[in-house]
Design a protein around this ligand. Structure first.
Ligand code: FAD
Ligand code: NAP
Length: 543
């Protein structure tokens, strides 16, 4: 039974607490831990049956992080850093999940949670200054402060492909992979989607499947992870230098200690430029997007980076037509998240793997036996949907969140999310979003980003309490100005040239607005501190 002991006042069936935290991923667990530590009666609610968030749901073969694990981990407790051992540069999903389970046990967090319950609605009572939160299991909770740690990539996108429901085989989603696992051995497998999830899973699925057909609508840039076990020496070194590493991460643009090449590209000759790209390529993955300063701002630099990667891919893939099909031509490199793979391009040299270019031969319909494209038919036993997420806003707008002056979050964000500092939304007092739109979020190391926001928000709550304020709300003008600033900074980069999920472009009908703050993690932290130093400028408090 998972009734939280710190959720008193349930006489009328209503759980009465100070803080409700929705979500038990990196952000939610940290929020619950810190809220309890600060003496708030706290209830956590999580739709999944356990902790982990992203790492609970995305159990597909090949799933691992693309930020090195020694960085992609909690920084708040040096003891935790010292006692945990990451076995590889980029840990697998099971290892990250066991890390989060360890954290949940170490800080005794599970007892505050109700698992397996999805929050379906929340409404704010202006008179009592409290949120009433309702779950699909019938729990009703009242709280003063509502922390939405609901995830930026947690609302899976099931594509609207004609006939999908008629498929007689199994349909599995990477974003909701069966907990008990799913064995593709000797099966004819089709994968729809070639983003990070598809690109990580395809090589692993190909090893076991009888046949693997990859249905690709848009190719993505991918750089090999060069993943490997960490040596004992490296683990020791990481433990020894953790404090400096974290300091660099918090002072960096993307929440990791890595810096771009120390010299501007135009000051180095061709040989040095090549070596710099080669060194970054060998470091692996997303870091390649930032080899040189301004690589995602100046198209000429971007073109050089792109050409380098294209050459690498063409050297791996044996069939030149397949190589052509696997190379993007619709966006500057790095303006969609570069995927981090292990043997992705090599997989297309296997005899049991086929690439279907949906731009040339679109899916007509899915039938009981498989996929029918305009020119061909593919008989399948399993269809894997690696089709992404309603990113950044989906988890919030899928709940019926009602503000006190009428209107839902979905309505408030219909033309794109509007926030102040990515943490608060005008019209929704005492509600906070963690790593949501308007914050560095998905463009930073999300673990550190969550820590920073949770600490800052709990300071805000303590400030309100100390000053006798029952409510705090983002001012409409401050939120407009911040959201315009987020847009303006993005417009100064090449990111706005990509039809990415950063811009809502993967979901039909969604507003095309660049959602994360691209001005840098360190700059963002400074903006938050500035507001705090000015007595939380940008917010209005009420008694
Ligand atoms: P999540 O981990 O998404 O947790 C949110 C939780 O809220 C979920 O468990 C969800 O069930 C729950 N929830 C949502 N709505 C409700 C509701 N209405 N009621 C109850 N519960 C609800 N980021 C990086 O920085 N580095 C990486 O290497 C990296 N790798 C990734 C790999 C994958 C496969 C994916 C999908 C994302 C990856 N990300 C990565 C982004 C990742 O989402 C974040 O790093 C981080 O795990 C987010 O933590 P979170 O707690 O904010 O959200
Ligand atoms: P994604 O990047 O949005 O990719 C979804 C894929 O599905 C795209 O190729 C898309 O094609 C395709 N698709 C969607 N609907 C389709 C349809 N109707 N028909 C055909 N194809 C369709 O999603 P994701 O791969 O899950 O990754 C999302 C983000 O999660 C990543 O960018 C990353 O931030 C994070 N992530 C990280 C890792 C990691 O390496 N650690 C792993 C997984 C995820 P179009 O582009 O044509 O729409």
């Amino acid at each position: 039974m998972n009734t939280p002991p710190l959720a008193p006042g349930a006489a009328d069936g209503v759980v009465d607490v100070d803080v409700v935290v929705i979500g038990a991923g990196f952000a939610g667990l940290y929020a619950v831990h810190r809220a309890v530590q600060r003496g708030h009666r706290t209830l956590g609610v999580e739709a999944g049956a356990g902790v982990g968030g992203t790492w609970y749901w995305n159990r597909y073969p090949g799933a691992r992080c693309d930020v090195e694990s020694i960085d992609y981990s909690y920084s708040f407790d040096p003891d935790l850093e010292q006692e945990w051992t990451w076995s590889e540069r980029y840990a697998t999903q099971p290892e990250i999940l066991s890390y989060l389970e360890h954290a949940a046990d170490r800080y005794d967090l599970r007892r505050h949670y109700r698992f397996g319950e999805r929050v379906v609605a929340a409404e704010f009572d202006d008179v009592a200054s409290r949120w009433t939160v309702r779950t699909d299991a019938g729990t009703v909770a009242r709280c003063q402060w509502l922390f939405c740690a609901t995830g930026s990539l947690s609302a899976p996108n099931r594509p609207d492909i004609p006939g999908l429901d008629d498929f007689a085989g199994d349909v599995v989603m990477t974003a909701a992979w069966p907990e008990e696992g799913y064995d593709v051995t000797d099966k004819r497998v089709g994968v729809i989607g070639t983003g990070s999830s598809g690109i990580q899973s395809i090589p692993v699925l190909a090893r076991d499947a009888a046949r693997l057909t990859v249905f690709q609508r848009t190719p993505n840039y991918s750089v090999p992870a060069f993943n490997r076990p960490l040596t004992e020496e490296e683990q020791k070194e990481a433990r020894r230098t953790y404090r400096e590493r974290r300091a660099l991460s918090f002072a960096g643009g993307a929440g990791t200690p890595h810096q771009p090449y120390p010299r501007p590209i135009w000051e180095v000759d061709e040989e040095e430029r090549r070596q710099a790209f080669e060194a970054r390529w060998r470091e692996g993955g997303v870091l390649f997007a930032k080899t040189f300063v301004d690589q995602t701002i100046d198209e000429r630099i971007n073109d050089l980076a792109r050409e380098f990667v294209e050459e690498k891919v063409r050297a791996i893939v044996r069939d030149p037509q397949v190589a052509d099909d696997l190379l993007p031509d619709d966006h500057p490199i790095g303006t969609k998240r570069i995927c981090t793979d292990s043997d992705y391009f090599e997989t297309f040299n296997r005899d049991n793997v086929e690439l279907v270019n949906l731009r040339r031969d679109p899916i007509q319909t899915i039938t009981g036996w498989g996929v029918k494209t305009e020119d061909s038919s593919y008989e399948l036993d399993v269809l894997v949907l690696a089709t992404g997420f309603d990113a950044m806003t989906g988890a919030m707008t899928r709940m019926d969140i009602q503000g006190p002056r009428g209107g839902t979050m979905e309505q408030a964000w219909a033309s794109g999310p509007i926030t102040f500092l990515g943490v608060a939304v005008p019209g929704f007092p005492n509600l906070f979003t963690i790593t949501g739109p308007g914050s560095p979020s998905v463009l930073a190391n999300m673990v550190l980003a969550a820590e920073q926001q949770v600490d800052w928000l709990l300071d805000l709550v303590d400030h309100c309490r100390a000053e006798g304020h029952a409510t705090v709300e983002a001012r409409a003008d401050a939120a407009r100005a911040w959201t315009d600033h987020v847009d303006e900074v993005a417009n100064g980069t090449l990111f706005v040239r990509a039809d990415s999920w950063y811009r809502g472009a993967n979901i039909d009908g969604k507003a095309r607005v660049f959602m994360p703050y691209i001005g840098g993690f360190h700059t963002y932290i400074a903006r938050c501190e500035e507001s705090k130093d000015l007595g939380y400028a940008g917010f209005v408090m009420g008694s």
